[in-house]
Every structure is written in structure tokens, then in C-alpha cells.
Design a protein. Structure first.
Length: 302
């Protein structure tokens, strides 16, 4: 069944006027008449009653009109999908993220904005650590990743800083300094430090250890935790202290407290990463939308 003939049938059924319908589908009136006659012959039914004064749908034509409209809509959708695929759009964006990323209020706003502007693109988010995301980005199993810095240079991976926020210290609520508003890192050198199981110098764990190095302090003991939530749980148990992005202090459990760090440049950065040279229209839309929302906030801290 030919698409142009269905369009001719639907347009004539709506206008009930051959000249007007022919103009709308960019045909001559004889060509439009041939389309209708071809459908009537193929379907074995008469679609229109016509005389010199008027055109009207037959009962059979009315019954077939709804199905014809649904068929054309499906074909239109198929054409749009084919165009998107040809342009590098698949309608699905596979997004990796580290655990601390999903608690960033601006990230939630960015994802909502993207879904609102591009409802035809389905987001498939999944949590992975830094190593896993880099591997999945390189293999093409992820389209984009949200990673916590610092990050080394990864081969074939582009990374852009999109957000920077201050770090704060998390203590158990029975800690002697729990009632303070801020604290110096040098006062915590004797505390057991709980950090994430990131590779050395990478991610939130790498950022925290670098701060200690810059303060010329070395934690007496370091405990590795699977993720930031586990680190906070360990802190609540009295096993040590940990550090988190200050934007997440409002999501803490009730038996820990967060204190500001009395120092400058105590920050952690969130990066948007993707595979270099990847031709993916959906990815480019996501990168542009996310950077537009995040970058002004990141610039304020510079």
C-alpha cells in the first residue's frame, strides 16, 4: 500500500474538495483522482460519492478512514525514526553516574530539563564507579558518564568539568567537635579517614587524600568504603570520619553531622565524560543541555 495514496485519501476525506485536497498534497486534480481510484480498485470498495456539486464519504470510506490515519501516523513515526537513526540518534541515551552525582540538585534539574525538552529520547541511567564507567565508555556500552574528579587523562575519553562544590567533613554526632560549625583539616590528622574505593588519586577519595597532602598531614589510618553511603554508615558507627560534597549535607542520616572545612579551594568537581569522536545526536543534545545548566554554577567557584 503506497503512502502517497493514503495521504490523498485522508486529505480528500477531510476537505471533501478535490481542488483543495490536490493543492494540499501537491498534486494535480487528475493525479489525485487516480490515487483514489487506485485505492478503490485495490480495496474493492467505493470510498467517495461524487457529483458536480459535492463530494462525500461513503459508509465504507468512513469505516476505513480511521485505520488509514493510524497507518499514516505509524509510517510518519517510522520515517522520523529512520531520519534520527541516520543522523546518529537512537532514541536511547545510556548514562553512567557515580553515587555522589545523583544527590547534586543541579544534576536532577539537568535530567528533568533534558527529559522535558527531548521526551522522545529515553534515558537509561545506571550507577558505576569510575573504573567501570571508563571501561564502558571506551567499549561503547555507555554513551555518557558522570564522574567525580580528580581524573587522569583517559585514552579516547573526553571529560569536561560541569560542576564544582565545596567539601565538608562528616563526623559521628557524639564526636567532641560535633557542635562546631567548621574545622581545620590539621585538627583531624589523628582521626581514621574513611574514603571510597577509587583508584589512587582518582574520584572523591582521591580529592580528599589530596587535601590532606596539601595540608601537610597524613591520616593515621585509612579505611576504604565501597561508596559514599557506606563511608557515612561507617562514620555513624564511630569507625572514623569522611568527607562529602557540601551539596549533599542535607541528605545525611540523623546520627552524623557535617562541618565546613576552614580552608580555601577545598572543592570537588563533577565531570561529564564521553567517548571522543562518537557520532551520536542524542549525546550531543545531552552534553549541550547539561553544560548550559551546570557551567554558570561551576564558574562562580573559580
Amino acid at each position: 500500500m503506497e503512502y502517497p495514496k493514503l495521504r490523498s485519501f485522508i486529505t480528500l476525506a477531510r476537505t471533501l474538495h478535490f481542488a483543495q485536497a490536490a493543492a494540499e498534497v501537491s498534486l494535480t486534480q487528475p493525479a489525485l483522482s487516480q490515487h483514489i481510484q487506485s485505492l478503490e480498485k485495490s480495496w474493492g470498495v467505493k470510498l467517495f460519492e461524487r457529483n458536480k456539486r459535492q463530494v462525500s464519504l461513503t459508509v465504507e470510506g468512513q469505516l476505513l478512514l480511521d485505520e488509514a490515519e493510524r497507518t499514516v501516523q505509524r509510517l510518519d513515526n517510522l520515517r522520523a525514526t529512520v531520519s534520527e537513526v541516520a543522523a546518529g540518534s537512537r532514541g536511547v541515551l545510556r548514562l553512567g553516574y557515580v553515587g555522589t552525582a545523583v544527590l547534586e540538585p543541579l544534576l536532577v534539574s539537568a535530567l528533568r530539563s533534558f527529559r522535558s525538552q527531548f521526551p522522545q529520547i529515553r534515558l537509561e541511567p545506571a550507577e558505576y564507579n569510575v573504573d567501570q564507567q571508563i571501561s564502558l565508555l571506551q567499549s561503547g556500552e555507555l554513551d555518557a558518564g558522570l564522574l567525580r574528579g580528580p581524573l587522569p587523562a583517559f585514552r579516547f575519553i573526553a571529560c569536561r568539568e560541569i560542576h564544582r562544590t565545596a567539601l565538608c567533613v562528616v563526623l559521628p554526632d557524639n564526636h567532641p567537635r560535633a557542635s562546631d560549625r567548621q574545622i581545620d583539616l590539621r585538627d583531624l590528622a589523628d582521626e581514621t579517614l574513611i574514603v571510597q574505593q577509587d583508584p589512587d588519586g582518582v574520584g572523591l577519595g582521591g580529592a580528599v587524600l589530596r587535601l590532606y597532602t596539601e595540608a601537610e598531614r597524613v591520616p593515621t589510618t585509612i579505611v576504604r568504603a565501597r561508596d559514599v553511603n557506606t563511608a557515612i554508615d561507617y562514620t555513624a558507627m564511630g569507625m572514623g570520619i569522611t568527607c562529602i560534597p557540601s551539596s549533599q549535607r542535607h541528605f545525611l542520616r540523623h546520627d552524623v553531622v557535617a562541618l565546613d572545612i576552614n580552608a580555601t579551594n577545598i572543592t570537588t568537581s563533577l565531570y561529564l565524560c564521553w567517548k571522543e569522536g562518537r557520532k551520536n545526536a542524542d549525546l550531543m543534545k545531552f552534553i549541550k543541555n547539561t553544560r548550559q545548566l551546570f557551567m554558570p554554577a561551576a564558574e562562580k567557584i573559580k
